[in-house]
Design a binder for this molecule. Structure first.
Ligand SMILES: *Cc1c(COP(=O)(O)O)cnc(C)c1O
Length: 424
């Protein structure tokens, strides 16, 4: 199956008389014939459903569809993108461990790693994703457990050199985790470039309509945990909370996702509700059609902004002038995504008048769905950070994040044009 076909069909093949659309299993629990059967499920001796905090059939169909799209061996859905990134890292990095992450990542992930993980005794080094290898090498320590980056950073839309980061991570015996939210597997499949684990905020394009908050983790199955057993005892030594089973021995390539499900989901409970998984499944069915349109419209808006004297700068990797254009051509040749970063030619008051004058484009804390919207991180999502801290996080204080939806692009451009005029 090609990507578009997988969007529509992967993960679910109904039998005779069964529903064509994935049903919502709105049930907390499942019935079994014998006490013994139930016991084997709890011992992970048999696979099956017993309680929706751990697994649910609707979720599993959608997770399997996403795993197929990413080219991975297994996936799981979480209650949000935040939960996905938390689980993805915490599954292999505990107190005393160290993480290397790129600095331009999504503000929520930056806080998760930089503040909450540090409170949990996990140290984090943030690196500039465009720094040379020699500099990145210096960030590795003996207790480093993983490297984390975003295929396309939110909000700066910078392209990660996945192959280079995978090579660096692997040369130190640790996996590369890539948040692939913005391109989606229609635009980029990080496993093909050496990434080991992919995460998503499914709240964005995967759902695409702005109706559900959710997340996902997909494992490529490629990282050899046993080859670096000393670094990853959680996967390679007995788990006393499951009668001493060892995940890599018992589950092979499924070890990582099985541990995240049976241990972290059991204990933290951040499962995606089956209802939300159903919405996500619907969204993915049209993903390939929508992404093509998001990219096409964003290219036109980026070109319009680039030529506009009222615009100071534009960052959109598909623009030939963009510093990340060569990486876009390599990793996202069919188009990056619908998100554009730019700054207006004027002070903050002018920027605010411009945003207030927009009629069709709305000011929202959201991004990457069918409605065109924008946000000024320095005034909105990142307002707790000083201009200096913003720059450290790789975000210019004047950056406006514009997310191109599925409206007619002429209407979007006309709205921006009238708002720029009205702000003068
Ligand atoms: C939105 C986002 C997240 C967080 O996802 P939620 O679903 O809001 O919890 C993580 N990473 C990226 C790149 C995002 O855009």
């Amino acid at each position: 199956m090609r990507q578009g076909t997988k969007c529509v069909q992967a993960g679910y093949t109904p039998g005779k008389g069964e529903p064509r659309q994935v049903p919502i299993y709105q049930s907390t629990t499942f019935k079994y014939e014998t006490s013994d059967q139930m016991g084997r499920l709890f011992d992970l001796e048999e696979s099956g459903y017993f309680y929706t905090r751990l697994q649910n059939p609707t979720n599993d169909v959608v997770a399997a569809r996403l795993a197929a799209l990413e080219g991975g061996v297994a996936g799981m859905l979480t209650s949000s993108g935040q939960a996905a990134n938390f689980f993805a890292c915490f599954n292999i990095c505990e107190c005393g461990g160290h993480i290397i992450a790129t600095s331009g990542i999504y503000g929520g992930t930056f806080n998760l790693l930089g503040t909450t993980f540090r409170k949990m005794g996990i140290d984090v080094t943030f690196v500039d994703q465009d720094a040379p290898d020699e500099e990145l090498e210096k960030a590795f320590r003996p207790n480093t457990k993983l490297v984390f980056g975003e295929t396309l950073s939110n909000p700066g839309v910078r392209v990660l050199d996945i192959e280079r980061f995978a090579r660096l991570a692997h040369s130190h015996g640790v996996p590369l985790i890539v948040d692939n939210t913005f391109p989606t597997p229609v635009g980029c499949r990080p496993f093909e470039w050496g990434a080991d684990i992919v995460t998503h905020s499914t709240t964005k394009y995967l759902d695409g309509q702005g109706v559900q908050v959710g997340g996902a983790i997909v494992d490529s199955g490629n990282f050899d945990w046993d080859a670096h057993a000393g670094k990853f005892p959680g996967l390679t030594t007995p788990d006393e909370s499951y009668h001493g089973l060892t995940y890599t021995k018992k589950f092979g390539k499924l070890a990582y996702i099985t541990k995240a499900t049976s241990q972290l989901m059991r204990d933290f409970g951040a499962i995606q509700s089956p209802q939300n998984a159903f919405y996500l499944g619907l969204g993915i069915q049209t993903l390939h059609v929508r992404m093509a349109r998001h990219c096409e419209s964003a290219r036109k808006v980026a070109a319009y902004l680039y030529d506009n004297p009222d615009i100071k700068w534009v960052e959109y990797p598909d623009l030939p002038s963009d510093p990340h254009h060569a990486l876009q051509q390599k990793y996202l040749p069919d188009g990056s995504c619908g998100v554009i970063a730019f700054a207006v030619n004027g002070d903050r008051a002018f920027a605010n008048r411009f945003m207030d004058a927009l009629k069709l484009v709305t000011i929202e804390t959201h991004v990457a769905d069918c409605h065109t919207c924008l946000l000024h991180p320095a005034s909105h999502t990142h307002r707790q950070l000083s201009d200096e801290q913003l720059r450290e996080a790789g975000i210019s204080p004047e950056l406006i994040r514009l997310s191109i939806g599925l409206e007619d692009v002429e209407d979007i451009i006309e709205d921006i044009q009238q708002a720029l005029e009205a702000a003068k």
